[in-house]
Design a binder for this molecule. Structure first.
Ligand code: MF3
Ligand code: CO
Length: 267
């Protein structure tokens, strides 16, 4: 069942999203060679709580940490631990905040020190895929328009689109209907309407899109051992178009598709 959010609910989600965004910005700064993924988790937990939120991921299906940290061939759901980040690592950080009962969910992939040209291109294209998906979040469009836009861009660049995991509706729960695949056909699926809030999260691979889950029951890795990147935002459809509720900085957006950040979003 798809729930439509009122302007009042979206306002709470925007404040939740601000906590997620501020904390993620701190983590991006902290992700340097020599830091452990557990260090980042501690920073995240402290930051979210200091800003008045609750880390959504802790306790979710028994998940132990405030963030997911996925390195190199790890796609998503890597668990923070004693792993030290090294120069050249590609790190994906996924984070969620609950504020006044409403969840915001966001992720980025960052370079630790200097990374390969391929890694840089994979990061850029994955972020562009996210923005291309967001550009389709217009009332009257269809769900398939989002996945189509994401897939189109990733595959045009020679990259793979992970099928096993998808984006989702978000609100009182982290995972609500509808599921939001990063692949699909334009003009198909549920009609998008004002008040719909989605987490769009392309997971894009350097090689094959096939993934598997490690024995820890969480960490998802590429089957071929090649790199993966993951970007995610929580976005509301408004009468003025899509509003990114987890926006960190108006300047984070490359000029893709016909997406234009709106002043209001940055407020
Ligand atoms: N952000 C992830 C998602 O969108 C959730 C992380 S899984 C958790 O599905 F268990 F760690 F919360
Ligand atoms: Co998500």
């Amino acid at each position: 069942m798809i729930t439509i959010k009122s302007p009042r609910e979206i306002e709470i989600m925007r404040r939740s999203g601000k906590i997620t965004a501020k904390t993620l910005a701190r983590l991006i700064e902290a992700a340097k060679p020599g830091v452990t993924t557990r260090d980042l988790d501690r920073i995240a937990d402290e930051s979210i709580r200091a800003l008045g939120g609750i880390p959504t991921f802790i306790g979710y299906n028994g998940y132990p940490s405030a963030i997911c940290t996925s390195v190199n061939d790890e796609v998503v759901h890597g668990m923070p631990g004693l792993r030290t980040l090294l120069d050249g690592d590609l790190l994906s950080i996924d984070i969620g905040t609950t504020l006044e009962g409403y969840v915001s969910d966001s992720a980025v992939t960052v370079a630790v020190g200097r990374v390969s040209e391929t890694a840089q291109r994979l990061m850029r294209v994955t972020q562009e895929c996210l923005m291309a998906g967001i550009a389709q979040m217009q009332a009257g469009n269809r769900l398939g328009d989002i996945g189509h836009a994401v897939q189109q861009h990733a595959e045009a660049e020679g990259f793979g689109v992970v099928r096993a995991l998808v984006g989702h509706g978000v609100g009182r729960k982290m995972h609500e209907d509808p599921q939001v695949p990063n692949y699909g056909q334009a003009g198909t699926g549920t009609i998008l309407r004002t008040g719909l809030v989605l987490a769009i999260e392309p997971m894009i691979t350097e090689g094959s899109w096939e993934v598997e889950t490690l024995d820890d029951g969480w960490t998802v890795v590429t089957e071929d051992g090649k790199l993966a990147a993951h970007f995610e935002h929580t976005i509301a459809i408004t009468d003025q178009g899509p509003k990114i509720l987890t926006l960190r900085d108006v300047y984070e957006h490359p000029d893709v598709a016909n997406y234009r950040p709106q002043q209001e979003v940055a407020a």
